[in-house]
Design a protein around this ligand. Structure first.
Ligand code: AMP
Length: 287
């Protein structure tokens, strides 16, 4: 019997100098480079980003860094899943070229004092309920982009506000990297894949797909320009009936400015954040 083809080895890069040397070597060989930033605990959603990155560029670097500055004091930083060897095995199977694995001291050396904040886009949705979160995200992603200087960096539409914040920061700061969004990967029952789904009990897991069903129902109801308020009230009630609570927001917003909409007249998204037990789930769909 012929053994299955062995997955290619994934280079492990531990600091900025190693990352830059590798990217420089690829560039000198005329190769393009994509970066996929993650916090690890990889699943098919992350791997979809890797595959789209492979379609765009010859080389793909996946960063794995659980970024402390984007977690609030009562959030799940300390219990966030850390499964590095499983992650590396998945990256090897998928054919990613390198994993960038900086530690906290590499990203935030003593005396670190600079923060990237994006105004406006962060005043809505997750911004008010997670103070400091998007500054943490924008700062770490700006650093990762400047450290790697890839041709393209890919982010999931699953975190739609995050994607818009990163696009804005990269544009405003003239970071010479193309930012690309990738559609959300879902389970067969509609639940968006997330590293946090592993926190759900069996019962919560059975209730979780309601979040996607509600988003789709709201999107269908407001598509023709009907007032958004009645559809949102009904959707919120359906979430609560399914055991979600608190529902932090269920909202229809402009797809670019993220301004809340009473009626849809152009590209828009329906977005939600709600707790199911102790687990906070977010999701969104296009209208
Ligand atoms: P995270 O590790 O949760 O920070 O996510 C890393 C990247 O993967 C982000 O750009 C996310 O938006 C993206 N991502 C997470 N879940 C999914 C999903 N289900 N489908 C597509 N992209 C995802």
């Amino acid at each position: 019997m012929t053994p299955p083809p062995s997955p290619s080895a994934v280079l492990r890069l531990g600091d900025v100098a190693a990352l830059r040397a590798q990217v420089r070597a690829w560039r000198n060989a005329g190769e393009t480079v994509a970066l996929v930033p993650t916090m690890g605990a990889l699943h098919e959603g992350h791997l979809a980003l890797v595959r789209q990155a492979q379609a765009r560029c010859r080389r793909v670097v996946v960063s794995i860094f659980v970024n402390p500055t984007q977690f609030g004091p009562n959030e799940d930083f300390s219990r966030y899943p850390r499964v590095l060897e499983d992650d590396i095995a998945l990256l090897a199977e998928t054919g990613a070229d390198a994993a960038y694995l900086p530690d906290v001291a590499t990203m935030y050396p003593p005396g670190f004092a600079t923060t990237v904040t994006v105004e406006g886009l962060t005043d809505v949705l997750c911004g008010p309920v997670r103070p400091g979160h998007f500054a943490g995200v924008a700062t770490v992603v700006t650093k990762l982009l400047l450290q790697a200087l890839p041709d393209v960096a890919l982010f999931g539409e699953k975190d739609f506000q995050q994607l818009q914040v990163i696009r804005r920061a990269a544009r405003d700061l003239d970071v010479p990297v193309a930012i690309e969004g990738v559609p959300t990967v879902r389970e067969a029952d509609g639940l968006a894949l997330s590293s946090r789904n592993r926190y759900l009990s069996d019962e919560e897991r059975r209730a979780a797909p309601t979040i996607h069903a509600v988003l789709q129902r709201v999107a269908a109801a407001v598509r023709g320009g009907a007032a958004t308020a009645p559809a949102l009230a009904e959707g919120r009630a359906a979430l609560e009936a399914a055991g979600f609570g608190p529902v932090q927001y269920l909202s229809v917003n402009d797809a670019e400015s993220l301004a809340p909409l009473d009626r849809v007249a152009g590209p828009a998204r329906v977005l939600v954040a709600a707790y199911l037990g102790r687990t906070r789930l977010i999701d969104n769909v296009a209208v």
